[in-house]
Design a protein around this ligand. Structure first.
Ligand code: NAD
Length: 250
């Protein structure tokens, strides 16, 4: 039980990496608050596990984030997983697309952190306990450039910058903040990206070919890293962009 006695909030827990991580945290003994914008996905999640509570949360809605933070117990851990993959170069990214990606991928995490951090710090101070924030970035970011990932890469690079700034500002309190940078992971939204390619079969082959370990990651390749970063096992790790990329950046 690596997360026993920890209260952990996960955003975008309705499917994909967020869901697998919420379930993994619950299995490791955490009290998990699993949130997502999509109530139907949360209802399905609640059926799969009675070890967590679910709450509808749109991380783009500041008021809703504030309301949820006010009614939650103080957190020990936060996994900001919500994000969106825009496909295209700078020429395919108008200002609306830019604003949407930054609002969801970067400002969404900022909103949640700003809302929950005061109570987290107060709890850490009171109990001498540890706190950990994990922000979802990507290897497509300041780590590596990929074709057609213009605003996605820019926004995920911002997530890494935000993570390092928070790590630097709060290290002395014991709060740790790390960014997770997965390679290509087989999730519902990846399947949509593959299906919408001009040649879906080739698109899947191309995604696999760029990962030297020879396959797409599964969500269960990523969730153990989330558990580790939220647990006290990673107590000396902060400000890092942690790669789980199947060897893409060797
Ligand atoms: P996904 O894209 O399949 O699912 C996204 C989830 O986010 C859905 O449950 C959806 O309802 C929820 N969501 C959408 N808008 C939201 C909002 N405004 N507020 C709250 N929830 C919202 O999941 P995924 O592919 O596992 O991606 C999760 C995260 O991992 C994203 O940040 C993504 O950028 C990142 N990531 C994914 C991959 C990959 O290959 N799949 C690789 C690297 C990083």
């Amino acid at each position: 039980m690596r997360l026993r006695d920890k209260t952990i909030l996960v955003t975008a827990a309705g499917q994909g990496i967020g869901k697998a991580s919420a379930l993994a945290c619950a299995r490791e003994g955490a009290s998990v608050i699993a949130t997502d914008i999509n109530p139907a996905l949360l209802a399905q999640l609640a059926e799969e596990s009675d070890g967590l509570v679910t709450r509808v949360l749109d991380v783009r809605d500041s008021a809703a984030v504030g309301r949820l933070a006010a009614e939650l117990p103080a957190l020990d851990g936060l996994f900001n997983c919500a994000g969106y993959v825009h496909n295209g170069t700078v020429l395919a990214c108008d200002e609306e697309a830019w604003d949407f990606s930054f609002d969801l991928n970067v400002k969404g995490a900022y909103r949640v952190i700003r809302a929950v951090l005061p109570a987290m710090l107060e709890k850490m101070d009171r109990h001498g306990s540890a706190g950990s924030i994990v922000n979802m970035a990507s290897m497509a970011s300041s780590i590596k450039g990929f074709p057609n990932r213009f605003v996605y890469g820019a926004s995920k690079a911002a997530v890494i910058g935000m993570t390092k700034a928070i790590a630097a500002d709060f290290a002395k309190t014991g709060l740790r903040c790390n960014a997770l940078c997965p390679g290509t992971v087989d999730t519902p939204s990846l399947r949509e990206r593959i299906a919408s390619a001009p040649d879906p079969q080739q698109a899947e082959k191309d995604f696999i070919a760029r990962q030297p370990l020879g396959r797409l990651a599964t969500v269960d390749d990523i969730s153990p890293q989330v558990v580790y970063l939220l647990s006290d096992e990673s107590r000396f790790v902060t400000g890092q962009a942690v790669l789980v990329d199947g060897g893409v950046t060797i």
